[in-house]
Structures are given as structure tokens and as C-alpha cells.
Design a protein around this ligand. Sequence first.
Ligand SMILES: *[C@@H]1O[C@H](CO)[C@@H](O)[C@H](O)[C@H]1NC(C)=O
Ligand SMILES: *[C@@H]1O[C@H](CO)[C@@H](O)[C@H](O)[C@H]1NC(C)=O
Ligand SMILES: *[C@@H]1O[C@H](CO)[C@@H](O)[C@H](O)[C@H]1NC(C)=O
Ligand SMILES: *[C@@H]1O[C@H](CO)[C@@H](O)[C@H](O)[C@H]1NC(C)=O
Length: 455
Amino acid sequence: MRQSLVYALTLVQLASAGPVLRPRDTVTAQVNFNNNTGTPEHLASGLLYGVPDTLNQIPSHFYENIGYNYERAGGAQVAAPGRGWIWGLTEYKNRFKSALSNYQTAREYDATFIFLIHDLWGADGTQNSSAPYPGDNGDWSSWDEYLTQLFSDMKSNDMTTSLVVDIWNEPDGSGFWNREQDQYLQMWGRTYYKFREEFGTAVELSGPASAGEPLASNSWWGAWASFVSSNNSIPDQYAWHMESGTGDLLSAQAGLDYWRGTYGLPAKLININEYAVYDEQVPAGSAWWISQLERINARGLRGNWLSGTDLHDYLASLLGKSGSTTYYPNGDYQVYRYYYQNMTGYRVGTLPSSDLKLDAYATVGSDYARVLVGVRVDTGTWELELNSLSSLGLPTSGTLNVHTWGFPVGSDVHYGEVDEPKDLGWYEHAYSGNTVTFPVYQTDEVTAYAFEFIV
Ligand SMILES: *[C@@H]1O[C@H](CO)[C@@H](O)[C@H](O)[C@H]1NC(C)=O
Ligand SMILES: *[C@@H]1O[C@H](CO)[C@@H](O)[C@H](O)[C@H]1NC(C)=O
Ligand SMILES: *[C@@H]1O[C@H](CO)[C@@H](O)[C@H](O)[C@H]1NC(C)=O
Ligand SMILES: *[C@@H]1O[C@H](CO)[C@@H](O)[C@H](O)[C@H]1NC(C)=O
């Protein structure tokens, strides 16, 4: 129902005067075809959890067709007797088993694995208010013992290839670190050096994986940056989360640059190892996040808003299921598939609309130029401007024939089945001045669009 309505509306809009929608922005989103920004690596195709603990439960084509390349897990929310180290060795071992199986799945697809050792400890967000934390009352013995056990299990299970360790998850919020920041920083320095001593630089270290962005106004971030600078415990990846439904990556990157400048920290890979709120995990929101991440060359892992065993399933809400193990793709999945399979060649620079609502990711292949656009879960009309067409060998004026694909959701926003995007046909746009501009009619909050033309 929803699909056919979107389809019908969009065809009408493409063909004639648009519907009554508020124009949202006088400044358009832009694609600059003269700005080659390198080979696509589908940087946003990572997942937080989403992988079943039973190997091969999800058929391999679901991983392969989206170019799955990053995984982040550590046995969170495995029920008793699997609640982690703070409940004893047996409960730790069961959590480790879950993490190891997810690691093995990641290896099967050549995906890098981010190991969540706070989950294995037992601070997965479900811990009770008397749960112990590393270094309580100045006593580090349990944490040291835990790390000794962990190192031994990592080595005996060959869990050291393509491995990144997040030193702690969201230490700036009481859900995962219900202690002062100073105790966390002591834990950071201690743990950083223990890992380096054991594994050298073969195992990468990452952090602070904060809930907050590294904005210049974020004093928690300032204290972290100051500590890792003076303690010389700078991670291999700067990680934080974008899960508030606000904020954008150009601002966050500028904030990181501010703290790096203040404390003399080097540039490192940025990994937004949890991105998008649940409402944004729809085709439009995903296309928006893909554009944001690709622009600053950051890795991105989809956040996960499920819990319990569902947390370890559905590829972080890219799949639905009928029965216990028969999987099907959703609308969001089709965006990641197109992003990976079709957006090949080289990337070009883009800019979001000035209200930061419409964003675009674009590639130029040997046959087609492709522009994927998404609005950050809103409705309205925005403009898309494609610049420097002559750099693709096209004339500076004439008519551009544009093919449109729609990426709708199914009968259920998150778990309705969608097997392919909708072909919305071709439409001719007259242009001059080496630039073509046309409207994007966002009549619902969920559909993403791709525009293609022959080069
Ligand atoms: C709270 O969790 C700890 C483990 O972190 C456990 O030892 C303790 O028994 C739990 N307390 C209650 C009241 O469940
Ligand atoms: C880094 O911090 C840890 C924890 O406080 C400390 O044990 C270690 O000596 C510090 N290392 C350096 C080089 O400052
Ligand atoms: C994307 O590429 C795949 C693999 O080449 C192809 O089967 C599919 O039809 C393409 N999809 C679109 C929307 O062009
Ligand atoms: C090219 O695009 C990148 C990524 O969006 C941007 O950082 C850079 O400033 C752009 N270069 C030019 C010359 O516009």
C-alpha cells in the first residue's frame, strides 16, 4: 500500500508541476563532478552487533551483497549464565563464546572486528547499580586478572587478525560507566599499555567511543584529549557515536580538529562506530548518513536498537525474518546493496543543503554517474544541483536524461520485505551553464532516491 502510493506520487511529480510541498531550502545540495575524491570503499557498511551467535544462520549473500566490512560486538546481553566477568568465570566464558562466533563471521567476510571488552566484563547496559567497575576504590586486581584471562583466550582462539579493541563503550554516560571520568582515564592508560605490551600494534586500539561528539564545547572530550596526549596513549582510531538524531559530521570533525590542535594529537582514522537513531534507519536516513560519512572519509557502523537475542540478529535492522531463520531484505537493505554493488568507479565531492536536511553521495562509473540522495527523515522539496558536467565529457548546455530509482520501505517501516528498488523512469532536464538543477520531492520521510545518467 505504502509502496504503491509513493510510486504513484513520485511519477506524477517527475512528470509535471510538483505537489504542494514546502520548499525547504534556497541553497541546494550539490554534486561537484570535477572533484574526484577517490575509490569507493563503501565506508558506511559496518554493523554494531546484528550477527547471530550461530554461525551461518544468515545466508552469506545477505552479507556479501552489501559489502559488509566492519563488525562490532563483545557478547552483550547474553542472558545468564552469560553475563560476563563480574558474574564469574563461567559467565565470562559464555559471553566470550558469543564474541568469538561473531568474530569468526566477520573473518569469513573479511570484515574488521571491533571487540567490545566492556561487554565481556559485564557492563553492557543491563548491569545492576551495584556492578563493580575497573579500579573501584583504587583496586585494579579484578581488571588486571580479567585482562590476563582475555589475552590468553584471544591468543588461543586466534582472535588477533583484523582486530580493533574499543577500550570502553560510551564512558561519558552512566549507562556504561557509572563512575567519575578520572577513574575511566586511569583505566584507559592502564589498559592501553597492557594491550600494547601484549600485542604491539598488531591489535589496534580505539576510543573513546563516546556518546557525545567531540565538539569544542564538550569538556569531557577535552579532558580525554588532554589525558591521552600527556599519557601518550593515543588510539589508532578516533571513535564516537552519532546517535542523538541531531548533529552532523562536518561540525563533529571540526570539533575533533579543535581538540587535536589544542593537545597536539595526530590525525587518525575516524570511526563513527554507532551511527543513526532508530527512526533514521530507513532508506532516506541511511542515504543521508552514507553521504555524511563518505564526505569526511569516516568509517561507519550502523547503530543497533534491538535488545536481547534480537540484538544478535537481523544485521542491525537490515533484514526481516519469517519463521525462526528465513530471512528477507527490507527497504533499507536495498540502499546498502545499491551503494555497494552499483556505486562503483570513483567518488566525487558533494555538499549537503544548508539546512543539512538533504545530502548526497555520488560516484562516476564507466557507464553511469550515480547520485544517491536522502533527506534526514523529513518531508518537503529540496533542490539538487549537479555541477561541472563538462568534466564528465558532457556539453555545458543541453538536455540531461536522468533515470530515477526510488528506495521505499515495505509494509512495516523496519521489517517489511523489499526485494528491489522501484524504477521511476527517465526524465529530461534542460540545462545551461554546465549545471543542471532539479527538485527532490520528499513526500514521505523514508524513501531514498538515486539519480543516474549516462556518461
Ligand atoms: C548485581 O550484580 C552483581 C554482579 O555485577 C551481582 O554480584 C549481584 O548479586 C547483583 N545484585 C543483585 C541484587 O542482583
Ligand atoms: C599512563 O596512564 C597510566 C594510568 O594512569 C599509568 O599507569 C601510566 O604510567 C601512564 N603512562 C605514561 C607514559 O604516562
Ligand atoms: C546494481 O548492480 C547489480 C549487479 O551488477 C545489478 O544486478 C542490478 O540490477 C543493479 N541495480 C540497479 C538499480 O541498477
Ligand atoms: C572535494 O570534496 C571533498 C569532500 O567533500 C572536500 O573536502 C573538498 O574540499 C572538495 N574539494 C574542492 C576543491 O572542492
